[in-house]
Design a protein. Sequence first.
Length: 508
Amino acid sequence: MLQTAPALVFLFAVSTAANAQEGPVSPKSDPYYAVGQETLANRKAVKPIKRRAKNVILFVADGMDPTTVAAARIFDGQTRGEPGEENFLSFERFPHIAMSKTYTTNAQTPDSAGTMSAMVTGVKTKSGVLSVSDAAAKGDCASGLDAEVLTLGELSEMAGMATGVVSTARLTHATPGAVYSHSAERGWESDADLPAEAAEAGCRDIARQLIEFSYGDGLEVAMGGGRSNFLPVEAADPERADATGRRRDGRNLAIEWTEKSPAHVYVWNQQGFDAVDPETNPRLLGLFNGTHMQYELQRHRDPAGEPSLAEMTRKAIEVLSHNKNGFFLMVEGGRIDHAHHAGNAAHALKDVQAYSEAVATARAMTSEKDTLIIATADHGHTLAFQGYPAKGSNILGLATTTGSGDDSYASAGDGKPYTTLVYANGPGSVFHGDHSDGRPAPSPEEVADPYYLQQALIPSESETHGGQDVTIYASGPRAYLFGGVVEQNYIFHVIDDALTLTKRAGVR
């Protein structure tokens, strides 16, 4: 007699019972099922674009780890009155993704200098140095001079392309600085920061390297903050009567830029920015703040006005597109990182939203047939997304009880409410100050303040970076080469392959 396997007997019994009843409800009536089918169809329709790229735009969101992306996605949707969870940020629609390992050669948890250097040179290096190999010792001028590695900015110019750097941070800060400069110390932003022995050994400060950038026909576009590093101490800041430049060498690098040619234009406020006509093919230097540009939440308060990241991206593409050989543009959302360091999630998420709008602007202005767009981050932070808040709960609010309204808040083990977003460390630590009564209980009114510092565990004056992987999102020619988990310096190699940079530059 044929023996029936127990599993088959069980399945037969279930099938018989199901046939005797009306059967399960068809999942096709569920909206999420429909979305799944639509996503499947879209993925099947994706065809790898194997041709070379004419242009590359590298977007770097400083400090934007996957947790920040998830929170910003919800925040972005909720600013439009949506629940938020079903929302997508612009770059999340890109067809190809990978995960990037962010460690540097001497640190599990990296900084922006070492990570950005990896992305633009193709080699990993130490934290704290800019576009020099691991052979350089941090702070050692001579070893840095002997270890310079060509960057994407330099190679692009050598290949006859146009190049641009845009950031909401100081233009001399680590991320933008790695594109056009080399330094054994990321802090050497102006000559006021450069030790005498380093200057005597032949090292130049980062601002000076931007103005003296000599590859190809020089940078076409450089926009961001950090005006004080380009102006001498004798020069008053045009925006603040109580501020001056920082340079000790008497050089006004902004004026030196304009003296290069009639096409070289310098602007420092919204009015000047708006007046720049991209059709005249200018060489544009924009320095919109003495230090970093404003957070997006505070940009409207700037007395002279500052363009948004999306506006700067648009202007840069309009200028760079005049070059028939194509362009390389790096755009940084630099203040996401600063908001996280301050322990302030509201400002971080708003700047991610502004970054997403800049990516959307770039994609709308270019074609995926000839422009490779990469959106990624340099490193992560310690932001945590926690509790069991109900769907649609205010991402910046107190955690709610699943299935309840916003007026029913979840309680921690101490019987007090808590926010959905917290930090592992930072200035909002519950151990800062005298808390003899235990953890402070945040109120709905308190956490609604955009300047509220989310509670943290470990006390520190500044919240730290995280060592987790970050995501690479890519669209356009050669974007299909991104997949799986890769070393961060791999980004350079895909860009080099897409543009055949080293071959065109004749260096390898």
